[in-house]
Design a binder for this molecule. Structure first.
Ligand code: GAP
Length: 453
């Protein structure tokens, strides 16, 4: 089962500290959200899982964490200054503004139904900010609209500082910003979000094969994070809808509560980016329509040792949205169950590696010094194992604690009761089955490590 509506997820996220509207106490700003105590743990766990599979578990990738403020010249040559636009239409009657593709009803304003609309005009989605103390428009930067451009501009730095040869990839996670005209559907379309992007550089001619490889690899990864395969769809982007850099793109769509939409895109960006940012473009046989006349000081090319000539690699790019991943996984994990005939519970059946809290240690009585001290010791020992956050719940209300931890997806709760003082064992309760078992404190570390590994 998943959530039935987006409202169920929004409500759980606010109630349990996953997500809050940003600037809430001043009325909020549309398209911006803050991750609360549970949200930040969950999001970090998701990003860590991605990093682990893209960097640590591979022998052909490197990581990067580049600046967010981006030079206009980079975004000129990437094509963003000219093409990163949405067509906008203004309603002359009610002064509202719409994306042209959102005028679903025969070119009428969705707000007041007037037909007195302007012609569509391009609107650039990038945020601009002044660099330096004088804001006279002469020195500015953009907040990056995608994380990958700095991967391309660092291509040579990374080649020179590692011993990589093609095929290899560079991974980066981090913030991206888009001035979306109509942010909507909770954290699905927002103005400040995070991406997890890999740029995988390959020899031209091997690109189609690598593209297929990455499409399948990425679907497999989402399934390993807990998304049912039948809720993921492979969608071939129509030729006339491809981004200016793409030879072929396959979207991995997910059935969100508001409908099926893109979770991740896997594009074959050809030699467009490295070609556009390269010095002396005419020296290379570039196959795509690159941005011409690059003022770059560096050639972003590699040498073919067999053919003894330089070439510009092609790029395969799996690009996933962290926030869309968070939304999809919360939705997938959401369950409502009857506990008995009078009560029901909500639980997040998250994979343990993604759960914000790995275990809660609960003394049966909050004012009992012996129980509380022993609980603190157990908590501290489990925390030292370094598998994620462990908490002490010292409210003395076991039932309430179980409900709360079911709702935030804590895989196990450990109760320290009076018997514990005698038999040196705790009660371990499993979130999904609600089954309880006694585990001796001596064996707890082993039990815990086994559970999470
Ligand atoms: N470098 C390629 C690129 O940025 P994209 O399809 O525009 O491609 C990649 O974005 C991913 O980033 C999307 O699949 C989506 O998950 C996420 N994303 C894009 N715009 C977003 C937005 N406004 N809010 C949340 N996530 C977004």
């Amino acid at each position: 089962m998943t959530a039935q509506t987006m409202e169920e997820l929004v409500s759980l996220c606010k109630r349990r500290g996953f997500l809050f509207q940003s600037n809430d106490i001043y009325g909020g700003i549309k398209g911006l959200y803050d991750y609360g105590p549970m949200g930040v743990e969950f999001k970090n766990n998701l990003k860590q899982a991605w990093w682990k599979s893209m960097v640590y578990e591979r022998d052909d990738t490197e990581g990067l964490d580049a600046s967010i403020l981006s030079s206009p010249v980079v975004l000129k040559h990437s094509g963003h200054e000219d093409t990163f636009t949405d067509p906008l239409v203004d309603c002359r009657a009610c002064k509202s503004r719409w994306r042209a593709d959102q005028l679903f009803e025969n070119n009428k304003c969705p707000n007041c139904k007037s037909e007195d609309l302007t012609e569509p005009r391009p609107f650039n989605l990038m945020f601009k900010t002044a660099i330096g103390p004088v804001d006279d428009g002469s020195s500015f930067a953009y907040l990056r609209p995608e994380t990958c451009q700095q991967i391309f501009t660092n291509f040579k730095n990374i080649l020179d500082s590692t011993s990589r040869t093609v095929p290899f990839g560079i991974a980066q996670m981090g913030k991206a910003f888009r001035n979306e005209i109509t942010p909507r559907n909770f954290i699905f379309r927002v103005r400040e979000f995070e991406q997890m992007e890999l740029e995988f550089f390959v020899k031209p001619g091997t690109d189609d094969e690598w593209h297929e490889y990455w499409i399948n690899k990425r679907i497999e990864w989402w399934v390993n994070q807990g998304i049912k395969k039948e809720n993921l769809k492979k969608i071939e982007v129509e030729k006339n809808e491809l981004a200016h850099y793409s030879k072929r793109t396959v979207d991995i769509n997910y059935v969100f509560p508001h409908g099926e939409e893109e979770l991740e895109g896997v594009a074959n960006r050809t030699d467009f980016d490295l070609g556009s940012h390269t010095k002396n473009q005419k020296d290379f046989k570039i196959t795509s329509e690159v941005m011409k006349n690059s003022s770059s000081t560096t050639k972003l090319a590699v040498q073919d040792l067999e053919e003894k000539k330089w070439y510009i690699p092609y790029v395969i790019e799996p690009s996933a949205g962290v926030d869309r991943g968070v939304l999809a996984l919360l939705n997938e994990a959401y369950r409502e169950e009857n506990v008995d005939k009078d009560s029901k519970r909500i639980l997040l059946s998250l994979k343990p590696h993604l759960s914000p809290i790995k275990a809660a240690v609960i003394p049966l009585k909050k004012n009992n010094e012996e129980l509380v001290n022993l609980s603190k010791e157990i908590k501290s020992n489990l925390q030292k194992l370094g598998l994620g956050r462990v908490v002490l719940e010292n409210s003395g209300n076991i039932g309430k604690n179980y409900r709360r931890h079911d709702e935030i997806g804590t895989p196990i709760c450990l109760t320290v009761d009076f018997e514990t003082l005698e038999d040196k064992s705790v009660t371990v309760r499993d979130r999904d089955t609600m089954k309880q078992e006694r585990v001796s404190i001596e064996n707890l570390s082993e039990y815990y490590k086994k559970y999470f590994n």
